[in-house]
Design a protein around this ligand. Structure first.
Ligand SMILES: Cc1ncc(CO)c(N)n1
Length: 255
């Protein structure tokens, strides 16, 4: 039998999924899948390695382990301020596409508007934090990886980029930060107290719920998308992951 000694009880979802791969007749045993596998779930499994590279980067690990080089943190802070400023018009474009592109019975516009509001708060926070660390925001020059990431965001603003594709980028960008910084707040982490507030900004639970709402929006869109749009959206996800890794690298290596 395929129930692994579970004596007829339904195995946990993850176990069930594995069983599906190993037991040819599993689907005929009468056990039903408990949840549908979404497109984002499929992608995250397929690109796990790259995803983990973005969410468990040495820069994040060094915060979590408490041995972060503070000058690397300051580099990140200044560069991320520039990124966030460029992120605002991108998010506004996603909002516009949500408004135009769907009947929005699902409240996409409100979720994205919440993101815009959070960015307003984030910009004030960057200014306050920069002052605290003695980082002069007015004299920050965007580094190459940052410039390239901002240029990529700009390319996604184009009306030719579908709402679904832009929403995938938006979800991935927010989620990578959420997962990365939440990792630094886990019980066994040794994050320095003076960096906890930074980690809380993105690692907190309500930011996590917001990321889940974005993921639901994306999965709903992908359900009804054409193959062509799905292909473009997956490629966009990969590019976000690569840009995020490059962004962390830039701060970490200070090159
Ligand atoms: C580079 C980068 N990615 C994602 C976020 C999340 O808003 C951010 N602030 N910066």
């Amino acid at each position: 039998m395929c129930d692994g000694g579970n004596q007829g009880k339904k195995p946990a979802f993850k176990t069930q999924f594995k069983k599906q791969q190993f037991c040819r007749n599993w689907l005929h045993t009468g056990i039903q899948m408990q949840a549908k596998i979404t497109v984002t779930e499929t992608w995250l499994r397929k690109h796990r390695h790259l995803y983990d590279g973005a969410t468990r980067h040495p820069f994040i690990r060094s915060i979590r382990d408490g041995n972060i080089d503070i000058s690397a943190f300051k580099t990140w802070l200044g560069q991320d301020y520039i990124f966030v400023r460029a992120f605002v018009p991108f998010v506004a474009s996603v909002l516009t596409k949500a408004y135009k592109g769907s009947d929005d019975g699902n409240g996409d516009v409100e979720v994205i508007l919440g993101g815009v509001a959070a960015l307003h708060d984030e910009i004030s926070w960057f200014k306050k934090e920069a002052f605290k660390w003695g980082v002069q925001l007015s004299s920050i020059v965007p580094q190459k990886a940052n410039q390239e990431y901002c240029r990529f965001l700009e390319s996604l603003i184009s009306p030719e980029v579908e709402y679904t594709v832009a929403a995938v980028a938006f979800w991935a960008i927010e989620t990578i930060y959420q997962e990365s910084f939440a990792h630094c707040l886990e019980d066994d982490s040794k994050t320095p107290p003076e960096l906890k507030e930074t980690c809380q900004r993105w690692g907190n639970e309500s930011f996590g719920e917001y990321c889940n709402s974005l993921r639901n929006i994306v999965d709903r869109q992908l359900e009804k998308a054409s193959d062509d749009v799905i292909t473009k959206a997956e490629a966009t996800l990969l590019r976000v992951l690569e840009h995020e890794v490059d962004f962390w690298n830039m701060s970490h290596r200070r090159t």
